[in-house]
Design a protein around this ligand. Structure first.
Ligand code: COA
Length: 660
């Protein structure tokens, strides 16, 4: 049994114990050992106690629970920093008279990696991940991360890690020099051995006293150009690059204080507040699913009906998560096409390096395509993803009601149709719900879970389990035309057409949206996906349209002129030169429609365009909340950011409206 040292008043989150000259400092602050004030104070107390105890020769720093420190406590960011500050704690550890070795398992992120880098040695479990994800929260490392990292790894690696924010695997961390050893056995014993070895080498060497790691030079201008393009208006990645660049030419102490000043400025920025909002909104999403009191059905075998883009994508997502999939199509030709689509999607993932060939082969081996509904009888859940047409879907659910066991869960991937109407096709409507996936379904993180009037607890529990299995973020939506996302999109799409009628041009609206931070403008997206489906929907609804409601015929005119988008070589733009160009025929249609509607065309500034779009999104969002379609404003933001390209660093339309 070791000897406990009095480490002050923070022993509940940081404990200190000495065994045979080696002190164990253990952080225990569930769930992810974030470096809140108590932890910082505990570490400082432990460091002081160790420095006053001549019997201690070395220190192993480790964490309890599932992970090493996953960063600063995000709830504290943006508020006035509380003492002791992390840079001071790290300075004390780095300046300790004995070597500290970090024993890393799980994730060492942000302040967690900064803490590990302030230690004199690092050992990791092979499954560990290490990273500086601060830019994803609108900030930069603020406790020496940008100064210590290039003293451990080449500057090029540091640039990638700090500006991209993506964690690296333990093995890559070892290869680049970020960690000194990989543990294949007992992490704590290996860390102890390293600590004693360092103790035998004389005074510990502070990371800050090391020189920058030599390596290929960084072309800062090229990097800046790359980030400008990629960050879509987010400033943190560029600030991170500037900090590294500036720090490279400065003495460490000066570099540290410049980094800190920048960090504090960014932590108080609107961008950082927006990104924190989305971080917590994503984790709070699907709130009502968390308290559902029912057991989900088994997801080992799942049925999918329809092998088009959505069905094949959903099947791929399920296969990659370990489920077996029975994929049903109408006939042998369609079955083969569906199987090929899944195989091609998997091959694409292998090509992009996100899935290994072995994993793709294993996934494909679990796909059983066929054309007989009876084969679905052993699937406890079936997801329908056929053509978006009410009568087709009704037929599917009537057939499913006949073949499926009475307790199977039935889901529809409809993106706007009435889920209650489909539920009426089954004898037990409590087992039906909507699962609205986004394309490509094996990539996109959002899942709208549509709760029908009769949807029961088992169906909801199954949706929650499915989202967990597929690592998607579920947002619960009530039944209405378009649920949360498509309803908001329909509203601003309509308003954009009103702007076209009033004088704006498609490329002006697109440019305004891109400048705001969307990856693409509305009309570029429409051209890419094709204008015909929305046209068919408008025609189907024409009979129910309120004649007193404002309606523009612009999009209909484009379709009538064969301008169905990229696939037709023309849509809102002309593609005859291979790139999107504004087109005189479109302008002519706009002018004619403005005249028919009695509108005098005028110019729109980018600012006015975005104000209109945001205003409509927010107004529709408020209506959705009032009607109980969405459970929270945060859920609406999550939908818009994850499903509709709303720039994450702006926090979502409701965050911008101040409704949190
Ligand atoms: N500060 C405060 N709370 C944090 C946190 C942090 N740095 N990191 C995670 N949490 C909370 C989450 O809000 C969640 O709380 P909840 O259960 O009340 O919703 C809980 O810890 C678990 O997090 P979750 O993301 O759901 O778990 P996970 O296992 O999927 O992922 C991490 C774990 C650590 C990979 C992930 O939480 C993460 O990336 N955290 C942020 C890391 C980061 O950016 N650090 C730098 C901060 S400057």
């Amino acid at each position: 049994m070791g000897r406990f040292i009095d480490g002050g008043n923070h022993m509940s989150v940081v404990s200190l114990e000495v065994h045979d000259q080696v002190a164990s400092v253990i952080i225990d602050n569930p769930p992810v050992n974030a470096l809140g004030r108590e932890v910082r104070a505990g570490l400082l107390d432990a460091c002081r106690s160790i420095d006053q105890d001549p019997s201690v020769k070395a220190v192993v720093l480790s964490c309890k629970g599932r992970s090493f420190v996953a960063g600063a406590d995000i709830r504290e960011l943006g508020k006035r920093p509380l003492e002791p500050y992390l840079p001071d704690v790290l300075a004390a550890i780095e300046g300790s008279r004995v070597p500290w070795v970090a024993a890393i398992h799980g994730t060492a992120l942000g302040g967690g990696l900064e803490l590990a880098m302030a230690c004199h040695g690092r050992v990791t479990a092979p499954s560990a991940k290490l990273g500086l994800p601060e830019v994803t929260l609108g900030i930069i490392p603020g406790s020496g991360g940008t100064v210590r990292l290039p003293r451990l790894v080449p500057m090029r690696t540091a640039v990638g890690m700090v500006t991209g924010g993506k964690p690296v695997e333990a093995e890559a961390a070892f290869d680049t020099g970020l960690v000194d050893a990989l543990s294949n056995g007992n992490l704590l014993a290996d860390a102890r051995a390293m600590a004693l070895e360092l103790a035998g080498q004389g005074d510990p060497v502070p990371t800050l006293s090391r020189r920058l790691v030599p390596g290929d030079p960084v072309d800062w201008t090229v990097e800046e150009g790359r980030l400008l393009k990629r960050s879509r208006g987010a400033t943190a990645p560029l600030e991170a690059l500037a900090t590294l660049r500036e720090g490279a030419d400065l003495p460490a102490a000066e570099a540290l204080s410049r980094e800190r000043a920048r960090f504090l400025r960014l932590a108080a920025s609107h961008e950082a507040a927006a990104l924190r909002h989305i971080f917590f909104a994503e984790r709070a999403a699907g709130q009502s699913l968390k308290s559902v009191d029912a057991k989900p059905v088994d997801l080992t075998h799942v049925g999918v009906i329809g092998g088009g883009t959505m069905g094949a994508g959903i099947a791929t997502a399920l296969l990659l998560s370990g489920s077996g999939v029975r994929l049903i199509e109408r006939n042998a030709t369609a079955v083969e096409a569906a199987r090929r689509r899944v195989a091609e999607t998997l091959a694409g993932s292998v090509k992009r390096g996100v899935v290994t060939q072995a994993k793709a082969d294993d996934a494909l081996a679990r796909l059983i395509p066929g054309d007989d509904y009876a084969a679905l009888a052993d699937c406890p859940v079936v997801i329908e993803a056929v053509f978006e047409d009410m009568s087709v879907k009704r037929e599917v659910f009537a057939a499913l009601d006949d073949v499926m066991p009475a307790d199977a869960i039935l889901a529809t991937n409809t993106s706007y149709l009435d889920v209650n109407d489909l539920a009426a096709m089954t004898r037990d409507p409590s087992r039906l719900l909507g699962l609205h996936f986004f394309s490509p379904a094996h990539v996109m993180k959002l899942l709208e879970v549509v709760r029908g009037g009769a949807t029961g607890a088992r169906a909801l529990a199954t949706a929650a389990a499915l989202a967990r299995l597929l690592r998607k973020i579920p947002v619960v939506a009530g039944v209405c035309d378009g649920f949360i996302g498509n309803r908001i999109m329909a509203a601003y799409r309509r308003d954009c057409e009103f702007m076209l009628e009033e004088g704006a041009l498609p490329h002006e609206i697109d440019a305004a949206m891109r400048d705001f931070g969307f990856a693409m403008g509305l009309y570029e997206v429409q051209d890419m996906s094709g204008l015909d489906i929305a046209w068919a929907q408008r025609r189907a609804r024409a009979a129910h349209r309120d004649p007193s409601e404002r309606y523009t015929h612009i999009a209909d005119r484009l379709c009538e002129a064969g301008r169905l988008g990229r696939k037709a070589g023309k849509g809102w733009y002309d593609y005859s030169t291979g790139v999107a160009e504004p087109d005189a025929e479109v302008l002519h249609i706009l002018e004619e429609e403005s005249e028919k509607a009695g509108r005098i065309r005028r110019r729109f500034s980018a600012e006015e365009v975005m104000q209109r779009i945001l205003g409509v999104m927010q107004e529709e969002g408020r209506a959705i909340l009032r009607e109980g379609i969405a459970e929270s404003a945060g859920d609406i933001d999550v939908v818009m950011v994850l499903g509709y390209g709303f720039p994450r660093h702006k926090g979502g339309p409701m965050f911008m409206a101040g409704a949190r």
